[in-house]
Design a protein around this ligand. Sequence first.
Ligand code: GDP
Length: 495
Amino acid sequence: MANKKQDTTTTFRAPIVTVMGHVDHGKTSILDALRHANVAAKEYGGITQHIGAYQITHNGFPITFIDTPGHAAFTAMRSRGGKAADIVILVVAADDGVMPQTREAIAHAKASGVPIIVAINKIDLPGANIEKAKQMLAQESVLVESWGGDVVSVEVSAKTGENLTGLLDAIQITAELLELKADPTGELEAIIIEAKKERQRGVVVSAIVKNGMLSVRQDVSASGQNAKIRSLMDDKGQMLQKAGPATPVEILGFKDTPNVGDLIMEKDSELAELAIAEDRIEIIGKDTKKVVGLILKADTEGTLEAIKSSLAELVTSAATSDFSLKFVYTGTGDLTASDVLLAHNTNSVIVGFNVKIPNDAQSESETKKVIIRTYRTIYELIDEVKDMLEGVAFDDEARVKGRAKVLKIFKLPSGDLVSGSQITIGEFKEGSRVAIYNKDPEDLTELDIPLYRGKIKKIKVQKDDVAKVKKGMECGIFFQPQFTEIQPGYFIEAM
Ligand code: GDP
């Protein structure tokens, strides 16, 4: 087969690294510690600027870290077949192990095929249990080297600084194997990792150049708008004329905030035209039988993008190919009565993430019989939309197969929480989906949101594993993911 003509201007590009993991496991602390331990940054003489990403050098090897919380840009980019980052650092606290957001991060990294480096953090703590953390990772099919797998894992303490150089070494080795390349003279591609509007400076966009060169006064386009670059500033506060591959920059010059995860490209370039065309596609999933309208509201632009792309991916996956999803409206901020009206007029469902339902919107939804669902974790949101796409309506009442009352909570040596419960209605089966409330389901109103949604991982009667339990029986129920806040007196509904 004839090879494509080799590009002679292609050069090494520094890896772009993103840090993911459960809340409080130390992502921010690791990012701060790596940045501050970096001598090169200090010698530079500039003042550290938080622009969403920063670059350090480790033994002369440059590494760019995405500094934004969560994984918004990462997931937004993924839905377009692109990658925001080349390497994911999965932070797992040694005293806590794998938690729900650890699993989310693993799923994101695996789906995009980006290599994971495990950083087991907080090894300075007396409660640190490194082996247990590795074992829990193995249960999620992340097999670290000492467990016979090929995932590199390093044990660190962001607090004491122990072995942070080991983490940087691991990044360097992984990056060298990836042979990352870019062409500074090629087509401009810069990924947007943050975008906000400020009163003084107007629209401020943070981006990392992935290919080509971004220059002051250049005409660019992103998220369907054109802009002229007014200024470029790097993470050390230096004003730049040009920024090449893997350089994080803060850009002024946009009139409207572009979307996180979108690419900045040269104006009128072929790539830009393609991206605009893609943005206009509203309905995702082709040749489908049923279109489900969705009004999606989230607390921030970043989470909104992350949810949109995860949902887009859900629809294109085979399991839900009978349905497609239409984003009737997406936006940030609390729900409003006009969102409810729009949902009513378009026969859509409202899905909110970390947003409030003010009284007027709530009463409007009651009179118009519009379904509103709000969530605190992306996992739950995606899971329930998935159900909806699979033909199960947002009608819990109709699909409740059993109810139980939590009597007592047990914590096993393995860390598993078991809910000693009594089945009051119907039956509970292994694998069933559940919703947990802090009040009797009989007293629930339309707008009561479960405290937890998940699945039944295991049911035990006495010491035996059973597949099913019926009304009147007492049993121990294991949930997946774990619901750590569960308490006696809570109610479980199985669907
Ligand atoms: P994030 O939510 O993942 O970004 O976590 P943070 O970086 O905010 O850390 C959460 C808490 O854990 C903070 O109180 C940190 O001081 C603490 N922490 C982070 N890393 C370590 C560590 O290596 N050892 C100890 N003892 N505490 C840590």
